[in-house]
Design a protein around this ligand. Structure first.
Ligand code: ADP
Ligand code: MG
Length: 425
């Protein structure tokens, strides 16, 4: 039955994954439609500029042809772009756009607003979010405008471009001002895009890990059942008189190993269990610590370790009682296991401002900085019979209830584990 639940989780996960794929396809479909719509509008406006009230239409056939030619180049490049989004295609779009807008400026000197387009040409490259292309178009535009101004000063001498010649310095300043604005727009939007890409990648990675975790949980479930059966039979044969005593010698070792495997699976499954299945309730930390220390009292006595409880007042945390017990059992057990014979383990809890702080102090073997960093890594254990999952579970539980675990430790002197949770009252 439980195995079935495990499979259902995996299945729904896969289904949502497939849904995710089709959503992505839909998204790119919409993007393409939007692109073609925008480009059609832009080309229509450019055609209007060519055909409506064009002075060259009847007078100067070559100027009209040149305008039409650059417009065609630019429009074709824009229309072909979704089929070939390579860097060279983008470069081609930028170059044809330069040719188109600069030809407009020189073919129609009376239309002063063409100068605005010259200031804005690099903005087209912002749409591609390609930094190299953007810097290239900024540099190309600065060079082209320098040449244009030199032409106006030296050759034209204000004959056709009096609006530029009359306030040359002002126009130059405005040009560089516009380039700076374009640069800032690129800088900010590119930064935002990078962040979004990173976020998207993280979500995808988390999604993948979740699926893998749930698959692993389903497999772990499948393994636990046969293990229990094998262990049961071993225990049965161990007590049976029909089995040779010589053979029975190894039974104890086999059951022991199966117990370890079972423990690893149980601990692993408690991590894989989704947080929403667990109920949230006000947990009295004093009561939890009291029952946990009572439970571990005899475990401590094995090595003559006493657990000293120092709690003054009741404090409450919004969490799940069973998980809280699991968290403290793991940490106090670690403290006992690290302690020398006869040492005391101190468990202290207090309310500090709006936090509940629990300190578990031992005077045992301690840890180096590197060892502390490794805590929480699955299967990291320095004990011969350790599972190396205890701390991972603890970090997981603490995170579920907005708690934090920190360590202060000196090798050979002892460790203080501090656990903090937001207080309920
Ligand atoms: P396990 O207890 O099964 O080894 P844990 O995840 O609980 O796995 O702990 C991982 C390792 O961290 C332990 O093997 C031990 O080396 C180290 N450790 C944890 N708590 C302490 C402590 N209080 N003092 C010294 N070492 C500790
Ligand atoms: Mg442990």
């Amino acid at each position: 039955m439980v195995v079935y639940i495990g499979r259902t989780i995996v299945l729904t996960e896969m289904q949502s994954w497939f849904k995710g794929v089709s959503m992505k396809e839909l998204y790119t479909e919409i993007n393409k439609k939007l692109y073609y719509f925008t480009i059609t509008v832009v080309i229509a406006i450019m055609l209007m500029g060519l055909l409506v009230d064009n002075p060259y239409y009847s007078q100067d056939g070559s100027a009209f042809f040149l305008h039409a030619l650059f417009l065609t180049f630019f429009a074709v490049c824009l229309l072909l772009y979704p089929r070939n989004t390579s860097h060279y295609c983008r470069l081609l779009i930028m170059i044809t756009s330069f040719m188109y807008f600069y030809s407009l400026f020189f073919l129609y000197p009376d239309t002063w607003s063409n100068f605005i387009f010259l200031c804005l040409v690099p903005a087209i490259s912002i749409l591609f979010f390609d930094p190299k292309l953007f810097y290239f178009s900024l540099a190309l535009n600065s060079f082209a405008i320098l040449m244009t101004f030199l032409y106006i000063i030296l050759v034209d001498q204000g004959a056709h471009y009096s609006y530029i010649q009359e306030d040359l310095v002002g126009n130059i300043i405005n040009f560089f001002g516009s380039q700076a604005i374009i640069y800032f727009i690129f800088y900010i939007s590119y930064g935002r895009l990078k962040k979004q890409q990173l976020y998207f990648q993280q979500i995808k990675q988390a999604e993948r890990l979740k699926t893998t975790g749930q698959l692993a949980a389903a497999v772990a479930h499948e393994i636990r059942n046969p293990l229990t059966v094998v262990k049961g039979f071993l225990q049965f044969y161990e007590q049976s008189n029909e089995v040779d005593t010589e053979l029975k010698k190894h039974f104890h070792l086999m059951v022991d190993e199966l117990n370890t495997a079972e423990q690893v699976i149980s601990q692993f499954l408690s991590i894989a269990k989704p947080a929403k299945e667990k109920e949230l309730e006000p947990v009295n930390i004093r009561q939890v610590l009291q029952s946990v220390t009572d439970l571990l009292h005899s475990y401590g006595l094995l090595h003559d370790n006493q657990i000293e409880l120092q709690i003054v007042e009741d404090s409450y945390v919004a969490a799940n009682t069973i998980e809280m017990k699991q968290l403290f059992i793991n940490i106090i057990k670690n403290a006992i296991e690290a302690s020398n014979i006869g040492d005391v383990v101190v468990v202290a809890a207090s309310k500090i401002k709006d936090m509940v702080e629990i300190n578990i102090i031992d005077y045992g073997q301690g840890m180096t900085e590197k060892e502390i960093e490794s805590l929480g890594t699955p299967f990291y254990s320095l004990k011969s019979k350790g599972t190396g999952l205890g701390m991972m579970i603890c970090f997981n539980i603490a995170e579920n209830y907005k708690g934090k675990i920190s360590f202060k430790s000196t090798k050979g002197k002892g460790t203080t584990v501090t656990i903090r949770f937001p207080s309920l009252i």
